[in-house]
Write a protein of this length. Structure first.
Length: 230
């Protein structure tokens, strides 16, 4: 069963200059999906609808086969917290917390687990993103690329069903972009989560198991590149 399904998603976000016109797509577990297209093509609006951050004007999103159309705002917030992880262009880290504390925050908010289990989950997430040695560092002491990896560890600490990464080719550049794509490829295999990332350029699509090209709010192409890193 798909982790997420988009059925005839239609709507607009005027301030961002984006719209969608009847987009339908399914996103499977353990997949790396790259949605790409130029500014205004609808890539980030589609991500926001799939991530239950906004509601479409028409159509619906299904989470593991269940329609979210009638969900209250509170239920959408709960689903985002329990089932999704997010990495945005801005890391949104708490400067007064060290790296480990930033990563552990969603784990403590969602579970009644002991501090020992929280420490284990945090250490596992930091090790997964290659930042185990920075656990006690203040986030302000880290370069931006490392802060983005902290944000990724925070998104993964609760082992979400779906991970959303916004504007991946703006977040990371050159060799670091390749390294993150390798990491996401490993993540979808080892954790089994559905990863949905947006990008402006088509180059990154060749690293995905599935790619969707957007143009003027519609799906221009939906294909399986095979994934250089599959």
């Amino acid at each position: 069963m798909p982790t997420l399904s988009a059925l005839n998603l239609t709507g607009s976000h005027e301030s961002a200059g984006e719209r969608l016109c009847g987009v339908t797509a399914e996103f499977e577990p353990a997949s790396l999906n790259l949605i790409h297209g130029p500014r205004g093509s609808g890539v980030n609006l589609l991500l926001r609808y799939l991530g239950l951050m906004e509601r479409p004007h028409q159509g619906e999103v299904l989470l593991t086969g269940e329609s979210t159309r009638a969900w209250t705002d509170a239920r959408c917030i709960e689903a985002r917290s329990r089932h999704f992880g997010f990495v945005f262009e801005t890391p949104l880290l708490i400067p007064s917390f060290n790296v480990a504390e930033n990563v552990a925050m969603p784990f403590f908010k969602l579970t009644q687990a002991s501090p020992e289990l929280a420490r284990e989950a945090t250490a596992r997430a930091l090790d997964h993103v290659g930042l185990a040695q920075y656990a006690e560092e203040t986030v302000d002491a880290l370069p931006l690329w490392a802060q983005q990896r902290v944000a990724l560890a925070r998104a993964l600490v609760t082992r979400p069903q779906a991970l959303f990464v916004e504007n991946i080719d703006a977040l990371f550049r050159d060799s670091e972009l390749i390294a993150i794509l390798e990491l996401l490829s490993s993540t979808r295999r080892t954790l089994g989560c559905c990863i949905i990332a947006t990008a402006a350029h088509s180059d990154v699509a060749h690293f995905a198991t599935r790619a969707i090209e957007m143009a003027a709010g519609r799906v221009a192409r939906d294909w399986q590149p095979g994934g250089f890193l599959s």
